[in-house]
Write a protein that binds this ligand. Structure first.
Ligand SMILES: [Cu+2]
Length: 214
């Protein structure tokens, strides 16, 4: 199925992950679909069969009631729950110490990203600079309404809520520019509330944080 998503690449495609958080989200999507689609097809097939009048047909009650109604959902849901909790820890990077902490402030209709003093202390509008290959913690808040920070190729969404500080840890495996959007309708300028995450290689990052142009 992953190979089948090859044509789904694009700057805002969650099917084209460029970091571990987005990779984990795609993986759980594939696993859930691998269980859900065959289950759906089998159930729909049985449903269609039930309309067919077959003289003398006997329904295997044990198989359907105990096997299909009890054992299968119990096993499938247990597997998915354990797997989801395990993968969730990886997606949220629980226990990971970030190499950099940045502040993201949303307002109608732009983003402001501030690096700590040790990394240059710079605030940029609509551009978030990060080092490639390293976990970065983004602390997200808003000055007006609820917005949502989303870089589909790097990870999941995180709401920007006034008076609240939400955190997300992202890592871009390779240097490059990754597009981000506001994923929560926030007014007439919502669709234009886009930003870029620029992941720099080690040399460019060192130059950037030292105040030199890479
Ligand atoms: Cu918005």
């Amino acid at each position: 199925m992953v190979a089948g998503t090859g044509g789904c690449a694009g700057p805002l495609s969650a099917l084209d992950p460029a970091g571990p958080a987005a990779g984990g989200i795609l993986q759980i999507f594939v696993v859930l679909m691998a269980i859900a689609v065959p289950s759906f097809l089998v159930i729909m097939g049985l449903f269609a069969l039930s309309f067919k009048d077959v003289p003398g047909r006997r329904v295997p009650v044990r198989l359907f009631l105990i096997g299909g109604g009890l054992v299968f959902p119990l096993v499938a849901l247990t597997v998915v729950t354990v797997y989801g909790v395990w993968l969730g820890e990886r997606i949220t990077a629980a226990g990971v110490t970030p190499a950099l902490r940045v502040e993201a402030q949303a307002q109608q209709w732009r983003w402001q990203f501030t690096r700590p003093a040790a990394a240059g202390g710079v605030t940029r509008a609509d551009v978030l600079d990060i080092p490639a290959g390293q976990p970065v913690e983004v602390t997200i808040t808003s000055t007006d309404v609820i917005h949502s920070f989303w870089v589909p190729r790097l990870g999941g969404k995180m709401d920007a809520i006034p008076g609240s500080r939400n955190r997300i840890i992202l890592r871009a495996d390779q240097p490059g520019t990754y597009r981000g959007v506001c994923a929560e309708f926030c007014g007439t300028g919502h669709t234009a509330m886009v930003f870029s995450v620029v992941a720099h290689d080690a040399a460019a990052w060192a130059a950037l944080t030292a105040g030199r142009t890479p």
